[in-house]
Design a protein around this ligand. Structure first.
Ligand SMILES: NC(=O)c1ccc[n+]([C@@H]2O[C@H](COP(=O)([O-])OP(=O)(O)OC[C@H]3O[C@@H](n4cnc5c(N)ncnc54)[C@H](OP(=O)(O)O)[C@@H]3O)[C@@H](O)[C@H]2O)c1
Length: 194
C-alpha cells in the first residue's frame, strides 16, 4: 500500500498562504542549510524550474514518485508557461474545468477523486504519493492522508488560506520526527493514527 503524504509549507499559525494562497513570503527563508535538506531529502518536491536553478535536475526521487496537485495550484505553473511542473513525477491534477490536459505527462482527474486516489494507493511497489495541495484538495482528501510533512516557517500571517479547506473534525496523528534549522524553519513528520 502506497502512502498519501501531504507535504506542505505553512506559517506559525498554520496558513499555507495569504488569503489568496500566495506563500511567496516564505521564499526568503530558503537559505543554504535548509535548501540542502530539501535537495538531499525531498528533491522531488522541488518543481522543475527550481531544480534547474539549483543544478539538481537529475536528482533521484527519495520518497515520492506520484503527485496530486489541485488545479488552482497547478494554475500557478500554467501562468508561468510551465505545463509539467513536476516532470520527474507522475502528475495528476484534479479539475472539473480543464477538459484536456495541457501536457501529455499530466493526467486530469475529473471525477471520483477519492476513488482515483485509493486506486493509486493500492498500486503494488513504487514510492509514495506527494499531495502538494492546495487547501481545497487537501480538505477533500483528508480521510485518505496517511502522513504529513509540515514545514513551518517563522512567520505569523494572522489570516490566510488554511492547511485544510474542510469542516471541523479532529483527526489524530503521531509525531515521527522533527528537524529544526538555523533560519527558524521547523519540519515535522506525522503518521496518521488509524
Ligand atoms: N504553502 C504551500 O506549500 C502551498 C502548496 C500548494 C499550494 N499552495 C497554495 O494553495 C493555493 C491553491 O489552493 P486552493 O485551495 O485554492 O486550490 P487547490 O486545492 O489547489 O485546487 C482546487 C481546484 O481543484 C479542482 N478540484 C477540487 N475538488 C475536485 C474534485 N473532487 N474533482 C475534480 N477536481 C476538483 C477544482 O478545479 P477546477 O476549478 O478546474 O474544477 C478546484 O478549483 C495556491 O494559491 C497555492 O499558492 C500553497
Amino acid at each position: 500500500m502506497r502512502k498519501l503524504t501531504y507535504f506542505i509549507a505553512c506559517s506559525i499559525d498554520g496558513f499555507i498562504g495569504d488569503p489568496n494562497g500566495d506563500a511567496s513570503s516564505m521564499l526568503g527563508l530558503l537559505d543554504e542549510e535548509y535548501l540542502e535538506f530539501l535537495k538531499t531529502e525531498y528533491p522531488e518536491t522541488i518543481p522543475v524550474h527550481g531544480r534547474e536553478a539549483l543544478g539538481i535536475q537529475d536528482a533521484e526521487n527519495g520518497h515520492f514518485d506520484t503527485l496530486i496537485q489541485g488545479r488552482a495550484s497547478y494554475q500557478l505553473a500554467l501562468d508561468m508557461g510551465i505545463t509539467s511542473p513536476y516532470a520527474h513525477l507522475r502528475e495528476y491534477v484534479p479539475s472539473r474545468t480543464l477538459e484536456k490536459s495541457p501536457d501529455p505527462r499530466v493526467e486530469i482527474i475529473s471525477e471520483d477523486l477519492v476513488g482515483k486516489v485509493r486506486e493509486l494507493k493500492a498500486e503494488e511497489g513504487g514510492l509514495d504519493i506527494y499531495l502538494c495541495g492546495g487547501a481545497q484538495i487537501a480538505g477533500e482528501l483528508l480521510d485518505e492522508i496517511d502522513e504529513l510533512v509540515i514545514k513551518t516557517y517563522p512567520q505569523v500571517y494572522g489570516a490566510g488560506m488554511p492547511m485544510f479547506g474542510t469542516d471541523f473534525a479532529v483527526t489524530d496523528f503521531a509525531l515521527d520526527w522533527v528537524r529544526t534549522f538555523g533560519n527558524g524553519v521547523l519540519v515535522r513528520k506525522y503518521t496518521r493514527k488509524r
